[in-house]
Design a protein. Structure first.
Length: 210
């Protein structure tokens, strides 16, 4: 039976894990400024899909998948770091024009895929969900209570999606004030930050291995 309590707990987790500034937030902001509301939301939706997947592993106790991610953390982080850097370079060298309103169907799918790939190659996401769910104590669904676990996962997805809709709606309202020059600077800043995030992953890996 659907339990609204666990749905609300999951919603709070979804917002809390999506709001901190990271590569997907930067990508969503950049796409919302360049193309508008829907492309910005879709960039975030890719992250929502990955969040929902990893939240399911944590909520339903799928330890084999979680253990696999933990064991191959370095490899997954390496792939994620390379992906973020490549996306950052692509954004950095782009020459955007305000005439491009939505980026086309391929652009929409590209934003969705990028958001998903950046999030799913971050092992910290699944480990973070495991830590959050493990720290909830009595607010965690009982073992075998799959209805409560499903309600919590749906809450995570809803909360995360709510954040991305809010972010894209807020940012896309600024588009009318932008010129090509402003957009170029936004791309440079966004691309530079994404590259720094990617390099930060490699620094983290180096420090862990040292």
């Amino acid at each position: 039976m659907f339990d609204p309590f666990f749905f609300l707990i999951g919603g709070a987790i979804g917002v809390a894990t999506s709001a901190p500034v990271g590569p997907v937030n930067i990508a969503a902001i950049q796409r919302a400024l360049r193309y508008g509301f829907l492309p910005g939301v879709l960039a975030g939706l890719g992250a929502v899909l990955a969040d929902g997947l990893y939240a399911s592993f944590a909520a339903f106790g799928i330890t084999s998948v979680s253990d696999f991610v933990a064991r191959h953390s370095a490899l997954i982080q390496t792939a994620g770091g390379l992906l973020v850097i490549l996306f950052g370079v692509r954004v950095l060298v782009a020459r955007p024009h305000m005439e491009a309103e939505n980026g086309g169907a391929s652009g929409l799918l590209s934003g969705l895929a990028t958001g998903f790939a950046i999030t799913v190659t971050n092992p910290g996401v699944v480990l973070g969900f495991l830590a959050i769910f493990g720290s909830l104590g009595k607010w965690t669904p009982d073992p075998g209570d799959y209805a409560a676990a499903a309600a919590m996962v749906m809450g995570v997805i809803a909360g995360a999606l709510l954040w991305w809709v809010f972010l894209a709606a807020t940012v896309s309202r600024l588009r009318a004030r932008l010129t090509d020059e402003w957009l170029a600077w936004i791309n440079r800043i966004s691309g530079g930050l994404l590259i720094l995030f990617g390099l930060g992953l490699f620094v983290h890996l180096f420090l862990e291995a040292a």
